[in-house]
Design a protein around this ligand. Structure first.
Ligand code: ACO
Length: 317
């Protein structure tokens, strides 16, 4: 049994931080950030946790699906920036929206939402689930080093969610992990154990930008080709592609390698930056609410990030 998407929702915090704001904090410029990354501004939480934002996105997805929280049988969330290790973001969302089903998080960095979606799809295939909520919720502002210009200009906060149910519209999926921490890592920070042999690294995003860039382009192209093959179509038949919003140049290069016009790629990173696991569902929600989608459209989603990890899937609208 496959799945269908019944409703989507997204939420970003009110506070907008522009490139000019950042250029007053670190040695950067609006011109550099727009040219090298493609971001103009990002939303930053001043008080809301990842779970608070996730609950708001979830409410919107429930409304769009026309169901209530008590009808949910499962919540699977993705995050790399929870305010606490426990309770999980999904458990806090469950409490805030008034659901009573099992709820847990998966962590696969920026690919996390697509890993969570595939996990929920597998639960649905097992049977016994009528409605599941899948969400990506991130308060990356709490794990970014705001004095590091090579990372702080990239990220933003927000959340996105899908309500899914048994159906026939999940045509293909591909998950990939290449374990290792040399390209991308977010250490948890120090504890105070007197027994550890070496100093623990402080909490912050550590990223080799160019290595991530190369991995991203390769995985987007490879992932989209693979899901097309699984579904018996070619990538140029995709009506829309919803990619992880990390860098305009990554998406542009992947689009050129695939021979797919950029107009078919959903882009909003200029307004939100990279919201990690929230990026795909926020972008999908924007596309779904744009009025552009027609029944039967083929929509591919793809993401990449820490792990290293990547994921892609294809749905029929
Ligand atoms: N403003 C001005 N200059 C900067 C900035 C900045 N914000 N950041 C870096 N620079 C400088 C560097 O210091 C360097 O200067 P130098 O030549 O004097 O040494 C120069 O710009 C070029 O730096 P590069 O790192 O080579 O720049 P690049 O073109 O690779 O862009 C970027 C960097 C934007 C990070 C890019 O590599 C990228 O987008 N990589 C992918 C990141 C990504 O997708 N991450 C997603 C996963 S995140 C996750 O999973 C949590």
């Amino acid at each position: 049994m496959s799945i269908q998407i019944l409703g989507t929702g997204a939420y970003v915090p009110e506070r907008i931080v522009t490139n000019d704001d950042l250029s007053r904090m670190v040695d950067t410029s609006d011109e550099w950030i727009q040219q090298r990354v493609g971001v103009r501004e990002r939303h930053v939480s001043v008080s809301e946790s990842a779970a608070d934002m996730g609950a708001k996105a979830a409410q919107r997805a429930l409304e769009a699906a026309g169901i209530t929280a008590d009808q949910l049988d499962l919540i699977v969330g993705a995050t790399v920036s929870p305010d606490r290790i426990c309770p999980s973001v999904s458990a806090s969302v469950q409490e805030q929206i008034g659901a009573s089903c099992p709820a847990f998080d998966v962590n696969s960095a920026c690919s996390g939402f697509l890993f969570a979606l595939d996990t929920a799809a597998a639960f649905i295939a097992r049977g016994g689930i009528r409605y599941a909520l899948v969400l990506g919720a991130e308060r990356l502002s709490r794990i970014v080093d705001w004095s590091d210009r090579s990372t702080c200009v990239i990220f933003g906060d927000g959340a996105g969610a899908f309500v899914i149910a048994p159906g026939e519209n999940y045509l293909a999926s591909h998950l990939f992990t290449q374990g290792g921490d040399s390209v991308l890592a977010i250490p948890l920070g120090k504890g105070n154990s007197p027994f550890y042999e070496k100093e623990e690294e402080p909490l912050a995003v550590h990223m080799s930008g160019q290595e991530t860039f190369k991995f991203a382009v390769k995985q987007i192209v490879g992932g989209l080709n693979l899901i097309a093959e699984q579904a018996g179509v070619t990538p140029d038949q995709f009506d829309y592609i919803v990619p992880h919003q990390a860098n305009y140049r990554i998406i542009d290069l992947a689009a050129r390698r695939l021979g797919i016009p950029m107009e078919r790629f959903m882009l909003n990173l200029d307004r939100y930056g990279n919201t990690s696991s929230a990026s795909v569902p926020i972008s999908f929600d924007e596309l779904a609410r744009s009025g552009k989608l027609k029944k039967g459209d083929l929509i591919a989603m793809c993401a990449f990030g820490g792990g290293l990890s990547s994921a892609a899937c294809l749905i029929r609208w």
